[in-house]
Design a protein around this ligand. Structure first.
Ligand code: TGC
Ligand code: FAD
Length: 360
């Protein structure tokens, strides 16, 4: 991916491609068509870690990490979720306090879990509450600089989804981290959530790619599989409807992602739009993939046909970076989405959403 220029592709400079958000969405879609786990690895590196450094890092941090990360020579991980705090990261327990013996260092303790790439990451962007202020801050932890016993990143084994991606924990026990490795100016949840806005935008694109692969596989199978008087099952309208529904949702989801991408390129996208397309595209991709799975009958259970792999992966996409129900929970967000509805709907949804504004 580094050789192809896919990592941090929207970043300008530092050896990154500097393409538009729409172009990066198309890349994401093509990668996730292969497997959501590949897109996951790419998203964490590009949006969550490189994006965070580009937006909030010091010039020294950018110069040090971004060129190597763009080439894929340094691998990143993003530690927000904790064993006791997933949907509610504001309650995190990981803390950073002045190091008792090393001047100019913080001492970070706590545990993060379900962290993509953590077992093999070189640079871990960990979010922790700063002692004294209690505010959440971002810290770049370099594995090679951690004394033995202060950083462990055990893998989470035997996952039934996203098997092409490595996931693990980050366990920090009084880990010394230089003060220069803290993001200087951003505090509170705005830091991690700003990184998540880009990653969630990527997921909204990516899952349409996974769904299109499910459609393609189901179509091929339905044309080849014959039942009742030698007819291919694709001849039956009940089977055709499953393909038509899935194709419609893949097309609508792609168009919505393009529209938000165009707004993002103009600096006019708001987080609520991203929540809306992340939630909708993930939910529709998962629902349709589960329905298309039925076309394979018993063969759906075999890894050979690939459909079960996508279904298990798409459950994860609906869960991480904010579970779908969580993306629907804030009434304030709903009001703002409706206020922004003209921009979001653009040519896609016409006046339909505008009509809803009458109810708010
Ligand atoms: P709330 O009080 O609503 O907000 C706290 C502060 O954060 C700001 N904020 C945002 N800023 C920028 N972009 C966004 N999308 C933002 N969302 C919130 C907000 O303005 C406020 O700022 P300030 O300055 O007033 O303090 O927060 P809350 O504590 O009530 O939480 C509500 C909610 C729903 C936003 C939040 O809990 C949530 O989104 N939960 C989901 C957690 C999540 O997404 N975790 C992701 C972990 S990383 C991951 O899954 C990577 S998987 C990668 C892969 O493998 O592909
Ligand atoms: P919980 O928060 O315990 O939620 C459980 C259920 O309760 C959900 O259905 C949720 O919607 C519901 N719920 C919770 N609160 C409410 C409420 N107020 N109202 C209604 N329903 C509610 N995290 C990272 O930080 N970095 C990563 O790289 C990363 N990679 C991941 C990779 C994989 C493969 C997976 C599975 C997860 C990853 N995550 C990562 C973690 C992911 O972001 C969390 O799993 C997700 O945010 C949900 O948190 P949770 O699992 O603790 O679920």
């Amino acid at each position: 991916m580094g050789e192809l220029g896919l990592l941090g592709s929207t970043i300008n400079g530092y050896g990154c491609a500097g393409v538009s958000n729409v172009a990066s969405g198309l890349i994401t879609k093509a990668v996730e068509r292969v497997d959501s786990g590949y897109r996951s690895g790419m998203s964490v590196q590009s949006s969550l870690v490189m994006g965070g450094i580009d937006e909030f890092g010091t010039q020294e941090q950018k110069d040090k990490y971004l060129p190597q990360m763009a080439k894929g020579k340094l691998l990143g991980a993003f530690g927000l979720t904790e064993p006791n705090h997933g949907s509610d990261p504001g309650s995190m327990e990981t803390t950073a306090k002045p190091h008792p013996t090393k001047k100019g260092y913080f001492s970070i303790s706590g545990a993060k879990t379900w962290i993509t790439n953590s077992p093999i990451a070189d640079v871990l962007l960990v979010w922790a509450k700063l002692h004294g202020t209690g505010k959440i801050r971002g810290f770049l932890i370099e594995r090679s600089e951690c004394p033995p016993g202060t950083l462990e990143t055990p893998a989470i084994k035997n996952k039934n989804g996203l098997r092409a991606s490595l996931t693990g924990m980050i366990q920090l026990d009084e880990c010394p981290v230089p003060e220069a490795n803290m993001f200087p100016d951003v505090e509170g949840l705005r830091g991690p959530f700003s990184c998540l806005n880009s990653a969630r935008f990527g997921i909204a694109w990516g899952v349409t790619g996974a769904l299109e692969d499910c459609i393609s596989r189901a179509r091929t199978y339905a044309l080849e599989r014959k039942q009742f008087k030698g007819n291919p099952i694709a001849k039956y309208q009940l089977v055709q409807k499953k393909l038509a529904d899935a194709t419609t949702d893949a097309a609508m989801g792609t168009l919505a992602a393009i529209q938000v991408g165009r707004l993002k390129d103009k600096g006019e996208a708001v987080p609520e739009m991203i929540s809306m397309i992340k939630r909708q595209n993930c939910d529709r991709a998962l629902h349709n993939a589960r329905v298309l799975q039925e076309i394979f009958g018993g063969n759906a259970v075999s890894d050979e046909y690939g459909i079960g792999r996508h279904v298990a992966n798409l459950f994860v996409t609906q869960t991480y970076e904010g579970q779908s129900d969580i993306h629907s929970t804030s009434p304030l967000s709903v009001r703002r989405v409706l206020r922004e509805a003209d921009k979001l709907s653009g040519l896609i949804l016409g006046r339909a959403i505008t009509g809803l504004q009458a109810f708010v």
